[in-house]
Design a protein around this ligand. Structure first.
Ligand code: ZN
Length: 345
């Protein structure tokens, strides 16, 4: 009787169900189409900018090549209309392993100057070699390391290159850029210095905003699992307790893929991450915009099989890429996602 009634209702409802399926399929096609159009539009916009950069003939305009968008943001903020900047590594690719592709060599030969992150971020062999051999390169991380060696982090003998994740540390990149642009275009020295000072003020205020807002997350919830180890500077600056030693705050994060997201998840990585999740009763883990979520999905599946409630955050964080946003927008996005997900646990 119940079965009859159920199918009977189904018969009555069939036209609206078909309509619903049709609408859903059309919506999915529409969403895919919008995504495809947006992606094409973004690629087309990057291609137009590349053409403009390659063909610029104004000798007063400094043609600057930056390996990452984090660096480009600083260069643009300081150089204003006197520079034309280009990012070498596309936002959806891994800067750790990026290798030169056709056309990249010409970008290097046309650039008046190259700003790279350094600290072995760009360790793809072909790019690393070029950055080492070229004489018109500033490795920003090395300049920051010279200014504040005690603030540079190391992990198992390897230097941690993710210095942009601490805004107060990243602000130390401003002076080396101001100095270099001033050498390239001495008539704009005062202009660069003034804009550099304004940017320093902006970043210091933004650093305080991030710190203040992240204090909303209670101490027991200040544990972070991300795809790879891009967030150690971030945790030290914004999630560590006041006066917490490295032995303390280093235990507040783990990342199954280590310092560079190139390897596959090993059984040991999986075991280590599972222990971390259990020890700190973690309920949510965070993917990154330019790293495959496969490892985190596997961890989530394993945790659930063991009866532990765990979810992968549906909004990725920006680790190695700003995903087309400005540096400040990307960092603010990270803060908002963490407060929304860890602050309510
Ligand atoms: Zn990284």
């Amino acid at each position: 009787m119940v079965l009859f009634s159920y199918f009977g209702n189904m018969t009555v409802m069939r036209p609206s169900l078909l309509q619903w399926i049709r609408c859903t399929l059309l919506s999915l096609v529409g969403i895919s189409l919008i995504g495809w159009i947006t992606s094409c539009s973004s690629i087309s916009s990057r291609s137009a900018h590349l053409n403009r950069w390659m063909q610029a003939e104004n000798p007063e305009l400094l043609r600057i090549l930056c390996t990452t968008s984090h660096i480009q943001n600083l260069v643009d903020a300081i150089g204003g209309d006197t520079v034309l900047s280009l990012v070498l590594i596309p936002p959806d690719l891994d800067p750790h392993s990026y290798e030169l592709v056709k056309g990249d060599g010409e970008k290097f030969s046309r650039a008046a100057w190259v700003f790279a992150n350094g600290l072995n971020l760009e360790h793809g062999a072909s790019l690393h070699t070029l950055l080492t051999e070229q004489t018109n390169v500033t490795q920003i991380g090395h300049a920051i390391q010279t200014q504040a060696p005690e603030r540079i982090l190391w992990s198992d003998g390897f230097i941690d290159p993710h210095i942009w994740m601490d805004v107060s540390l990243w602000a130390l990149a401003i002076d080396p850029i101001v100095d270099q642009l001033s050498k390239l275009s001495p008539e704009h020295r005062d202009f660069y210095h003034e804009r550099g000072q304004n940017l320093t003020t902006t970043l210091r205020q933004f650093d305080q905003e991030l710190w203040q807002d992240l204090q909303q997350i209670s101490e027991p919830n200040r544990y972070l699992v991300t795809s790879h180890d891009a967030f150690r500077y971030f945790v030290r600056r914004y999630l560590a307790l006041s006066n917490e030693t490295p032995e303390g705050w280093e235990k507040r994060l783990t990342a199954p893929e280590g310092l560079a997201p190139e390897g596959q998840l090993s059984p040991l990585d999986l075991q280590r991450t599972m222990l971390f999740l259990q020890e700190h009763r973690i309920q949510v883990i965070f993917p990154e915009s330019n790293v495959s979520p496969v490892s985190l999905d596997k961890i989530c599946k394993t945790a659930r099989q063991m009866g532990q409630p765990l979810r992968v955050c549906t909004t990725p964080l920006y680790g190695d890429s700003t995903g087309g946003l400005s540096y400040i927008e990307a960092m603010r996005h990270n803060k908002d996602v963490l407060v929304a997900n860890l602050g309510r646990q």
